[in-house]
Ligand binder design. Structure first.
Ligand code: ZN
Ligand code: ZN
Length: 282
């Protein structure tokens, strides 16, 4: 399989708070070795981090050093200049949070990125990872609230983002037997979200990390969701490994691409200076 035209649009580095195993230069080398066409570094920017009572005191935010990270990207890019391959891009994964809208606005205005992923990591002033978010909620309530939150913050962001990040992140730590977000469970809500993405020219992310097994759970990408996105006129599918270490770069892309092709998707997107560029999936 020729992977030369695939771009990994979602990767973390040592500049993210959870990037202890990351190494930006090694990730670019991994992208080159795997024959990827390009890699975009999208470190975390969550401007509000919930506090968990009686456990530990997290920082109040998880901002990364944009200048330091972009300087490192420029340094590493220079090492690959002769080949101009793989292409390396500067991005951000912005954690949307209603109460932080003003700060998020300022942040996105103050910095320049090739690509902006909008993600929800925290909601109801808690981290789903801790588990309390799910208490007293059915899976439909827990997943539905997450989707509604993501939708309303994307609408608010408008043209300040490019890619909807892992809409199914909320399944990752959930206690329910329903391990996936399925179209049949949220048809109206998903239609609303997918229509918005399609009409506004935003990308649907295929976050391959979500589909790895985690504590015996393995969410799947519901083909009905892909189909609806296409039916509603959506054009941009973004591949992202959500890697936090060089080994994770491009992980699962072979399977994901075969899957996408089964559903008639022939192109994937990446971003250069916030402009979508599509390349064929061979
Ligand atoms: Zn994320
Ligand atoms: Zn991420």
């Amino acid at each position: 399989m020729d992977k030369a035209l695939y771009f990994d649009n979602h990767n973390h580095t040592q500049f993210s708070f959870d990037g202890q195993k990351a190494d930006l230069e090694k990730s670019v080398r991994m992208a080159a070795q795997s024959g990827l066409g390009g890699i975009c570094f999208t470190d975390h920017c969550d401007l509000h981090v919930p506090k968990m009572k009686e456990r530990y005191e997290p920082p109040t935010d998880e901002e990364f050093d944009v200048e330091g990270q972009q300087r490192e990207i420029d340094r590493v890019k220079a090492l690959f200049l002769e080949d101009c391959f793989p292409k390396v891009f500067k991005g951000v994964e912005i954690g949307v949070y209603k109460e932080m809208r003003d700060k998020i606005s300022e942040y996105l205005e103050a910095n320049t990125f090739d690509e902006v992923i909008a993600s929800v990591h925290y909601l109801e002033d808690t981290d789903p990872y801790w588990g309390e978010y799910y208490i007293g909620k059915t899976y439909k309530e827990a997943y539905g609230k997450y989707l509604e939150t993501l939708y309303s913050e994307m609408v608010w962001l408008g043209d300040r983002f490019d890619i909807m990040g892992h809409y199914d992140y909320i399944t990752r730590y959930a206690p329910y037997p329903e391990a996936s977000i399925l179209y049949k469970d949220f048809p109206d809500l998903l239609d609303q979200m997918l229509r918005f993405l399609a009409e506004e020219g935003k990308a649907l992310e295929i976050n391959t990390k979500t589909y790895q097994e985690y504590k015996g759970r393995r969410p799947v990408l519901d083909p009905h969701i892909l189909r609806r996105y296409l039916e509603l006129g959506g054009e941009f599918v973004s591949l992202g490994s959500d890697s936090h270490s060089p080994e994770g770069v491009g992980f699962g892309f072979g399977t994901a691409v075969e899957y996408l092709k089964t559903y008639g998707i022939r192109y994937a997107v990446h971003y250069e200076g916030r402009v979508p560029v599509v390349t064929g999936l061979l």
